[in-house]
Design a protein around this ligand. Structure first.
Ligand code: IPE
Ligand code: IPE
Ligand code: MG
Length: 258
């Protein structure tokens, strides 16, 4: 995976970018094609986004590929999406490993066929040692499912006597939602023009910067990605504090660096 676009090294990039890859169907329909050809074109855009993230030193990239609600789509479309997921996993795993990219799937994988579950396991195992970029694919994922599964685990631990129910707080719950072992998403990008979260990482996005673009996912390229990052780096993240406090903190950080 090689390419040319590099971002300037001196700006503070997001460590973790999450993307709602939306607009495949509309992209295809606009060209008089079936929706499923939009999903195939979308898979190419996924390659570009991964290459961009890897080249620019982003630590984690989380892509929403299939939501828990997407099962409700016509069976033909769901079948094509499952087959595409399978094909892409098989085809790309070698190149991911070569590029030191670790692949993980988040979501309720038990909803997939045994064949697909096996392929997911193989891809995760083959890239388990990689550490230049963590690529999380959210498949059969829902933010509410994620919070519910974390709550269930905590309840089981309480029943087993490992924790007291009074121990349960935000910190402990945060340790049991998906992606708990890495930085929270700094930037959420949604393509396709709709301004909503669609049950993506509800817990983890609490303080992410949100960026919405009209670009349909198959048209997403280095320029669109760079535009989102450019917007991100110009924002002031305050985390509930005042602007003056944030500037003071940034000032004292710079002093330590000198
Ligand atoms: C996103 O594109 C891909 C999936 C949800 C699987 P869509 O298929 O939702 O495309 P639109 O939003 O209908 O154009
Ligand atoms: C969100 O897109 C899910 C994925 C991108 C996988 P949808 O197309 O399913 O979301 P809605 O229906 O517009 O909210
Ligand atoms: Mg959509």
């Amino acid at each position: 995976m090689t390419g040319k676009t590099h971002l300037k090294a001196d700006i503070l990039l997001p460590r973790h970018v999450a993307i709602i890859m939306d607009g495949n169907g509309r992209w295809a329909t606009a060209q008089g094609k079936r929706r499923t050809s939009g999903h195939r074109a979308g898979a190419e855009a996924v390659r570009k986004a991964i290459t961009f993230a890897r080249r620019n030193g982003i630590e984690a990239l989380t892509l929403f590929a299939f939501s828990s609600e997407n099962w409700g789509r016509p069976a033909r479309e769901v079948n094509v999406l499952m087959e595409l997921f399978m094909t892409v996993l098989k085809r790309e795993v070698g190149e991911l490993a070569e590029n030191n990219i670790r692949l993980r799937v988040i979501g309720d994988v038990t909803g997939f066929s045994n064949r697909l579950q096996k392929q997911i396991r193989i891809a995760e195992e083959k890239t388990a040692h990689c550490n230049a970029l963590v690529l999380n694919i959210a498949a059969n994922y829902g933010g509410r499912w994620d919070i519910a599964q974390a709550a269930k685990t905590l309840a089981q631990r309480a029943v087993a006597g490992e924790i007291a129910s009074s121990d349960i707080n935000e910190t402990l719950l945060a340790e049991h939602v998906c992606l708990a072992d890495g930085p929270e998403p700094d930037l959420l990008i949604r393509t396709g023009g709709d301004i909503r979260i669609s049950n993506f990482l509800l817990w983890q996005l609490a303080y992410a910067e949100l960026y919405f673009t009209e670009t349909l996912w198959p048209d997403f390229d280095d320029m669109t990605f760079a535009a989102a990052i450019d917007c991100f780096v110009r924002r002031e993240r305050r985390f509930g504090l005042t602007s003056a406090q944030i500037q003071q903190l940034a000032g004292s950080d710079n002093e330590h660096e000198d």
